[in-house]
Write a protein that binds this ligand. Sequence first.
Ligand code: TXA
Ligand code: MG
Length: 342
Amino acid sequence: MVDTLKWIIQDDEDYNSQAINQAAALLKQGQTVAFPTETVYGLGADATNSAAVLKIFEAKGRPQDNPLIAHVATLEQLTKLVDNIQPYVKKLIDTFSPGPITYVLPSNGVCAENVTAGLSTIGVRIPDHPVAQALLRNCDIPIAAPSANISGKPSPTTAYHVFEDLQGKIAGILDGGATGVGVESTVIDCTEAIPTILRPGGITVEQLQSVVGDINVDPALVSATERPKAPGMKYRHYSPEVPLWLVQGTSLEIQQVIDKEQANGVKIAVLASASTAKQLRAEEIFSLGDNMNEIAAHLYDALRKYKSSDVDLIVCEAFSEVGIGQAVMNRLKKAASKYMEN
Ligand code: TXA
Ligand code: MG
């Protein structure tokens, strides 16, 4: 056990604060520090120091074959980690970075081998969050950072979530409040002539298509029998403490599922859009929000909220897979023990 330091960052002035200096100093010394990004909180370590990177895997209980994303503040720093940036990648970076997107590119070997889990490619990302930017600029080294949760649990969107999972296992947490996007970055393989989406995320397929036209989607995202190209996508993830059923259908159809279980004494929490939530009855009702952006932002908090002491089952509305709904449904399908398609 270590003493986990916690710093609260509240306003613009704090971006140059003692807290950022301390956090950056710890990272440079080879320690792990959690920090907010616009998607979810990340658990950072010096990406050029394999002993520091190993601490990330240990704290999270993460399988060693799952590569990490290297975070940098600028395009200039990004180009120092990779070979061979094709022209379309420049276009994507110009349009979407800083932002919720990770480019998989040929690694030039600057980052430690355990960052890439031995692959010849590396995932690189320029986060668009003032605290992440301030931290990365201050340390001036690439920072390897997966989501700052225990492996298998929902990703953290508040410093409290990080604290729940990793307190005593990491050197510090920078608390910058709740993250905005709420689901992780889009991971896009840019090693070939046409890019391939490996993980849907904050930047939508529609947005990507508007810039580069042709986009492939990893077949594993649509077929359960394909082996995913992003090693992390083969793991079951985002598991809430109680079983979750993902139910597609009208409010009436969702209510029928709830009623049937309740008749057997099952206590239920419902997660749904605001308009659906209003029409449902159960022990607990959680409105995820009015639109898909709000639903994405509140998803992981909702998945962490219900404990087995409160309810026996979470019933969650299935959403349409357009825009950011693709990322939301990708995570929900992984979180669910049962998917009822009507
Ligand atoms: O929004 C995000 O991306 C957050 C924040 C903290 O930046 N990070 C994050 O990292 O979600 P993580 O480690 O939880 O997920 C990274 C995903 C994994 O599925 C991993 O397998 C994949 O990206 N990945 C990383 N490097 C890769 C590579 N070289 N080739 C293929 N997939 C890669
Ligand atoms: Mg993760």
